[in-house]
Write a protein that binds this ligand. Structure first.
Ligand SMILES: Cc1cc2nc3c(=O)[nH]c(=O)nc-3n(C[C@H](O)[C@H](O)[C@H](O)COP(=O)(O)OP(=O)(O)OC[C@H]3O[C@@H](n4cnc5c(N)ncnc54)[C@H](O)[C@@H]3O)c2cc1C
Ligand SMILES: NC(=O)c1ccc[n+]([C@@H]2O[C@H](COP(=O)([O-])OP(=O)(O)OC[C@H]3O[C@@H](n4cnc5c(N)ncnc54)[C@H](OP(=O)(O)O)[C@@H]3O)[C@@H](O)[C@H]2O)c1
Length: 465
């Protein structure tokens, strides 16, 4: 069956099979639920762990501890990692379905939501997704080398990805030196001229998508002060009392930061800060403004908005006014987006998910999905894992109910022959462990947990391919 980080999973086994669960790159087989299942995890990268490696911020190493759980799963003798195999390109989903009893699609959200505004293609504009991939060593984003020679950056969207990107832009580089951020990214960040980062939301303080821990980190960022406009918080005090508790605590922190007088210590810290970040509310991106020669982003035109509706359904509607915000870097952080993987798999382009009922792909028996491609591109690792467990449960229910094919299936033997005939050389988990050891060794001199390998050709050479 399937799984993880790797996006796809499938299973083969003597006659029945088993339940996996996967998350981002994670997958966990639960032998207690089935004692014969064989799970193969297909992953298009040469390395496992999906967004845990290529998304989670380098200064949040504790979050990456979940890799230990994934590694334990991968060491099971009934689980195999098949890296360097892009499903949909190197092997079709139909071929996988023929070879295994069940297939779980867990390939995440590899694109970003476009803004759909004029000027989006200008140099100086990039997606937060590509920026994150760049500092986290995703091979396909290594050419990005963002231009950080400007004074002001604008991030569009007010989710946790926006805060990650703002934090990486503003953290004193010496605080990142002992993380697994790539050396190339650290080099550019050391030379960065960015002093101010605006994080822009189309709705208000009660609708931000980031969470309190990440907000607190921003407020306490060394050498950086926070800019909030008290006018954005007028009349909010009473409404905060009515919102659910996590949002209440978050809103109270925002409110306090916006309106409370600073104590002497904090006032002195902020006065000496050389960098700043701020939240701009009720502003929706309308156009990226070009420089006079038209060659570069020089600002962003924002439509001023007001809110309509109540609760979670509150919508931002333009008032007709606009505001221009000068900046040299625009990072759009309005969400990730899943893509269709293969014409044989149904896909809802509007919602960006595989249509499914509790993880069963609609109208395709034996095909399942989990993770962001199942629910959309939101949710932390814990929620993604919980949701993956649910997919594995329905798969096991179907197995018990006799809804999956019976009789033996060739599994990887058949796929290996196909891949070999197509010149594809899959890599194994022990190959990853060789790359892992190399990364750890390269990081040692600089006191880093690892120096990530970012060049796929070099990785293949190291593996003797
Ligand atoms: C920038 C960022 C930071 C985050 N930070 C945190 C955090 O600090 N804490 C937290 O709890 N959560 C965090 N999250 C959320 C967390 O990463 C996700 O909930 C989780 O990774 C989603 O899992 P997934 O399996 O759906 O997708 P992914 O983790 O993206 O895994 C999908 C895998 O499928 C592979 N794949 C894609 N296409 C194919 C194909 N055609 N063939 C084979 N393989 C394929 C990909 O290479 C990838 O390895 C963050 C998310 C982002 C975007
Ligand atoms: N530290 C962590 O735990 C961590 C770190 C990173 C990511 N994550 C998780 O990963 C998931 C993805 O994060 P994310 O930040 O990419 O997405 P997100 O949480 O969905 O936030 C997206 C932001 O973009 C805005 N937006 C969407 N479309 C827009 C448009 N057309 N114009 C203007 N603004 C628009 C949204 O505003 P509206 O609300 O108005 O739509 C929202 O503020 C989240 O669940 C997040 O918590 C967690």
């Amino acid at each position: 069956m399937v799984f993880l980080g790797l996006g796809i999973a499938l299973c083969h086994l003597p006659p029945g099979l088993a339940g996996p669960c996967c998350n981002g790159t994670i997958l966990e087989i639960r032998p207690k639920h089935h004692n014969q299942a064989q799970v193969d995890i297909y992953e298009k990268q040469l390395v496992p762990f999906g967004l845990v490696r290529f998304g989670v911020a380098p200064d949040h190493p504790e979050v990456k501890n979940v890799i230990n759980t994934f590694t334990q799963t991968a060491h099971s003798e009934r689980c195999a990692f098949r890296g360097n195999v892009a499903v949909g390109r190197d092997v079709t989903v139909s071929e996988l379905r023929e070879a295994y009893h069940a297939v779980v699609l867990s390939y995440g959200a590899e694109d970003h939501q476009a803004l759909g505004i004029p000027g989006e293609e200008l140099p100086g504009v990039c997606s937060a997704r590509a920026f994150v991939g760049w500092y986290n060593g995703l091979p396909e984003n290594q050419a990005l080398a963002p231009d950080l020679s400007c004074d002001t950056a604008v991030i569009l969207g007010q989710g946790n990805v926006a805060l990650d990107v703002a934090r990486i832009l503003l953290t004193p580089p010496e605080h990142l030196e002992k993380t697994d951020i790539t050396e190339a990214a650290l080099g550019l960040l050391r030379q960065s001229q960015v002093k101010t980062v605006w994080i822009v939301g189309r709705r208000g303080p009660l609708q931000v998508a980031f969470t309190i821990k990440e907000l607190r980190e921003m407020i306490q960022l060394p050498g950086t002060r926070t800019i909030l406009d008290p006018a954005d918080f007028l009349g909010l005090q009473d409404r905060i009392k009515e919102v659910p508790r996590p949002r209440k605590r978050l809103s109270e922190l925002l409110l306090r930061t916006a309106i409370e007088k600073l104590g002497p210590e904090e006032a002195s810290r902020q006065a000496s800060a050389s960098r700043a970040w701020g939240l701009r509310f009720f502003r929706s991106p309308q156009q990226v403004l070009p420089s006079p020669d038209g060659q570069q982003a020089a600002g962003i035109r924002l439509a001023v908005t007001r809110l309509e509706g109540v609760g979670e359904a509150t919508r931002a509607v333009p008032t007709g006014e606009t505001e221009d915000l000068p900046c040299g870097l625009v990072l759009s952080s309005v969400g990730y987006k899943s893509l269709p993987i293969d014409p044989s798999v149904p896909f809802d382009p509007k919602l960006g998910v595989i249509p499914n009922t509790e993880g069963r792909v609609v109208d395709v028996p034996g095909l399942y999905c989990s993770g962001w491609v199942k629910r959309g591109p939101t949710g932390v690792i814990a929620t993604t894992m919980t949701d993956s467990f649910l997919t594995s449960e329905v798969l096991l229910q179907d197995l018990k109910a006799g809804l999956l094919p019976s009789g033996p299936r060739p599994g990887y033997t058949a796929i290996q022959a196909l891949l070999s005939s197509r010149g594809i050389r899959p890599v194994s988990f022990s190959d990853w462990e060789k790359l892992d050891a190399e990364e750890v060794s390269r990081g040692q001199g600089a006191g880093k947990p690892r120096e990530k390998l970012v060049d796929s050709q070099e990785m293949l050479r190291l593996l003797g391919c």
